[in-house]
Design a protein around this ligand. Structure first.
Ligand code: SF4
Length: 399
């Protein structure tokens, strides 16, 4: 496993001045992960006015522009958008895993570690020290990358990679207990213990990705970030892994940020979805609302680009053109050169992100601004009929 990408190399000392120490054995770790109903619904991550540039000075390119996102404990936030939309940059910057020339230029990312006798313990990840970040990575926030091949160390056996993480954070565990915990984690993702003695290249792509998920859960994190974790896999394996993943989330109650360009997949799995285009947030809604009644033409285009996981076959129309060059964004609405509903105003003025009719959902499109007077196309004015809970949809996916 590359240590920088997931912070293993930094996590060599477990004590932190700011985070209450945990001191549990393998079985206690599992017991402690059962979701506490009182904690559910509490905000775990609050990101405001967050901007990221690549480069400095006049050559700087804005990759994330003033984004606000939030996530409640035990919930799933989906982030959708094409390559270059800023979705991965956003989460790597929030977790401070972004490498130069990426620079956070504004905003805060408040992570809530929970409450103890001293009250709520919130830390701003943007201003946190390296020491605080080291103690958070793996134990409170973990990341599963798109390619397990580039995340796992190719010359170290799988068992030793679990050993490295557990030894750094669970100093009270014996070698035997660490081995047992690693085997237990593999069991969670349906892999036999003998995989611990293999090198990553001796395993299939699906097995490697399962190992990454097991590693991400090793220290009972409160937030797991999945950056297109199944994109490189075939459809059948992708489906199996996603079902397992959501079963684990129901069991252990961690919150999750799931990044993908496949919006249809997100509508099945997430509680809330944000759609990004050219570094900006263009729509935010619950998964069901977004699926049934998209309000932004780009969201509609993304939905029409992938077949739904359930229901009738639909014609895939996609989105014409390519994402814009961030160094030379179009004027006005940056989606206007590709938008089938673009008006004259769209090429001149940038639409603000506004809340629709007190619904809690937001969109950045002139079509949805009431006093702009534009006729809203029927595709973008559908009524969301159902409020079925996301857990029901996850059950569907698992079945
Ligand atoms: Fe299309 Fe105009 Fe809306 Fe942009 S503001 S998405 S160009 S209709």
């Amino acid at each position: 496993m590359t240590t920088e990408s997931l912070g293993v190399g930094h996590v060599v000392k477990s004590e932190s001045p700011t985070i209450p120490p945990t001191n549990h054995t393998s079985s206690q770790v599992v017991a402690s992960t059962i979701p506490d109903e009182r904690a559910m619904g509490e905000r775990i991550l609050d990101v405001r006015d967050f901007s990221v540039d690549y480069g400095w000075g006049e050559s700087a390119v804005r990759a994330v522009d003033g984004v606000d996102v939030h996530l409640d404990r035990s919930m799933v936030l989906g982030i959708a958008g094409e390559s270059g939309s800023g979705k991965s940059t956003l989460v790597y910057a929030i977790t401070r895993l972004l490498r130069a020339p990426g620079v956070i230029t504004s905003g805060e990312a408040r992570f809530n570690l929970g409450s103890n006798e001293d009250g709520e313990h919130v830390i701003d990840l943007v201003t946190a020290s390296e020491r605080e970040l080291r103690s958070l990575r793996w134990s409170s926030i973990s990341v599963v990358l798109q390619s397990a091949l580039s995340a796992l160390n190719p010359v170290v056996r799988v068992g030793a990679q679990f050993e490295q993480v557990l030894r750094a954070h669970r100093r009270d565990m014996s070698k035997v207990e660490r081995r047992a915990r690693a085997a237990e984690l593999l069991g969670l993702v349906d892999l036999d213990e003998d995989r611990l003695d293999r090198y990553p290249h001796e395993l299939s792509g699906g097995q490697r990705q399962r190992i990454m998920i097991a590693l991400a859960l090793a220290l009972d994190p409160q937030l797991v970030i999945m950056d297109e974790p199944t994109t490189a896999l075939d459809v059948v394996t992708q489906r199996e892994i996603i079902s397992e993943l959501f079963e684990l989330r129901s069991r252990f109650g961690f919150a999750m940020i799931f990044i993908t360009h496949d919006l249809s997949l997100l509508t099945e799995l997430a509680d809330e979805i944000v759609v990004m285009y050219a570094g900006a947030l263009v729509e935010r809604a619950t998964a069901r609302e977004l699926y049934e009644a998209p309000r932004h033409p780009y969201t509609l285009g993304l939905l029409d680009s992938f077949p739904p996981m359930h229901g009738e076959r639909t014609e895939l129309t996609g989105i014409p053109g390519s994402p814009p060059d961030l160094a030379h964004l179009p004027t006005g609405c940056s989606f206007h050169p590709r938008c089938p509903f673009a008006m004259a105003r769209c090429a001149i003025e940038t639409p603000p992100l506004i809340e629709i009719e007190g619904s809690g959902r937001s969109v950045a499109c002139w079509l949805q601004v009431v006093d702009a007077g534009a006729a809203v196309p029927v595709e973008l004015s559908r009524v969301s009929a159902s409020n079925a809970s996301p857990s029901e949809r996850v059950t569907e996916v698992s079945s």
